[in-house]
Design a protein. Structure first.
Length: 63
C-alpha cells in the first residue's frame, strides 16, 4: 500500500472522528494513530527504543 493511500485513510479516519465525535475524539484518534505509527516502526526495525532515551551529544545533529 502506498504512503498516499495510508495518508488518505488516516485523514479520513481523523475527519470522521472529528465530525461525529467532536474535538476530543479527533485528538484521541490522532494520538492513537501516532502511537501505532511508532510501534509499527519499532516492529519493522526502522526505529530503536534507545533513540528516544539516549541523550544527544552537543555536536551531533539529527537529519
Amino acid at each position: 500500500m502506498s504512503m498516499a493511500v495510508v495518508g488518505l485513510i488516516a485523514g479520513m479516519a481523523l475527519g470522521f472522528a472529528g465530525y461525529f465525535g467532536g474535538f476530543g475524539a479527533f485528538l484521541l484518534v490522532a494520538a492513537l494513530g501516532a502511537v501505532g505509527f511508532v510501534v509499527g516502526r519499532l516492529l519493522e526495525g526502522d526505529l530503536e527504543l534507545g533513540d528516544f532515551f539516549r541523550p544527544r551529544e552537543r555536536g551531533e545533529r539529527r537529519r
